[in-house]
Design a protein around this ligand. Sequence first.
Ligand code: SF4
Length: 460
Amino acid sequence: MSETAFYETFLKETASRINDVELHGHIDHARRNYKKSFGEALKQFTDLEAARRRAAHIRWKSINDLEKYLIQFESTFIKSGGKVIWARDAAEACAEINAIIQKAQAKVVVKSKSLTADEIGLGQAMQTAGVTWTETDLGQFILQLAKEEPSHMVMPALHKSPEEVRYLFNKVGIKTNSAQAIELSLRAADHIREKYLAPDVGITGANFLLADEGAITITENEGNVMLAASRSKIHIVLAGIDKILPSVKDLQTMWPLLATYGTGQQVTSYNSILWGPRRADEVDGPEQMIVVLIDNGRTDVIADEVQRGVMSCIRCGACQYADPVYSVIGGQTYHSTRMGPPATVVEPVLNGMKSHGFFSDLSTLSGADTEQCPVNINFNKLLLDNRRKKAEQETAFSAERIFFTLWRNAMIKRDSPKWKTLKPRRYFLDELFFKSSNGLRKMPEPARESFNDLWKKRYN
Ligand code: SF4
C-alpha cells in the first residue's frame, strides 16, 4: 500500500468506527469488567510502585544488554536439546516455519494465540504454502473464522458480540442455539480439542525467554497452549527478540504484574516454564523444540536510544483500556499487532515517518497510558520525540502544513483589519476546527472584541 493510501484507509476506517456504537459498547464492556477485577488483583501488592519500578528496571536491563542475554539463552537452550533459528524478518520466519512443517510432512498442525505469529502474517504464509492448521485459542479461532485481525492484545476478539460468534460457529457446523459466552466456549473447545490431542506440529508464542535457564515461559488461562506444546511431536515457539529476561528470578516480579495488568488476576491459571524437548525420563513433551527468534524491525527500534524504551512492553494490553483514542477507533484500525499506545510509538519507526508519522498524533498525551503501564513506559516522551522527528523530516501532510501556516500568520497579524470583523473569524473556525472534528464539536461564537482590544481599552 502506498504511503498516502495507508493514510486514506486509516481515515476512512476511523470515520466509520468513531460512530460505531456497537464497537464502543464492546470496548466499554470489556474495560468495565477489566477494571473491576484489576482493582481486586492490585491488592496483592504491598508496594505497587516499587514492583513497577523493579519491572521497568528488569526490562530496561534486558533490552540494553539484549545481545548478551540472547546469546546466553541460545547456548543454554541448545544444551538442553533445543534448536534456535534466527529470523531477520517476517518472510524469513515464515519460510523457516513452513520448511519445518513440510519436512516433517505434518498432517495436523495446531497454533495457539501468538501476536508474533499475527505480526509476521504466519496464517497467510501457511495458507499459501498449502498448510492447514487449527487455532486452539478461542479468540484466535473466532478471528480465523471471521478472517479478521485481532483487536486487543489479550482479548483478540473483543469486538465480537456473542451473537456474531454464534453465527460464525453455525457456519462451520458448530451447532448451538445459545449465545451465552460459556456455552459458546464449551462448543468451540469440543470442536478444537479433537485436533490438538495428537498434533504433528504445535506452534505457540512465548511470554518470556529466560537467558540464564535457556527456557521459555507460557502464561495462559485456557490450558490449550500447554496441551498443544506438550502433545506435539514438534513444538515451534515464535518469540520476538525483545521477550528476553535475564533470569528466572525476574519472574517473581513479572508474573504477578502480567496477571494483574493483563487480565486482572492475582495469578494466571497456568504459568509454565519449558526447558527444551522431552528428556529420556519424561512422559510427555515434544520430540523437537525449536525457538524462532524474530527481529522484524526490533533492532531498528532498539537502535534509537529514545524509542527503545517501548521495547520494554510485555504485551499486557492494559494501556489499551486507558487510551481514549483506542477506545474510539478500536484495535483493528491500527493494522498492527501493537494496536493502541505501543503502535503509536513503534509503527512510525518501523514503517517510516512518511507513511506512519501520523500515528504519533493518535494520542491525547493525557499520560493515562503510562499510568496504566506495569513497566512505566513514558509514552509522552516517546511520542513527542517522534512528533519532533516528523516535523524535522517535513513529512507532515500538506493540509496540516497549510493549516499551521495560516494559523501562524493569523496569530501574528491579529491586528489586521480583516480580523476585526466577525465574519472571517467565524469562517476560519468553522472551516478548520468544526469540519476537522467531523462536525462533532460545535465551535463557540468568536468574541466581538479581542482580548488585546479589551486590554487596550481598559489600560491604555
Ligand atoms: S505498553 Fe505497557 S501497558 Fe501497554 S501493553 Fe505494553 S506493557 Fe502493557
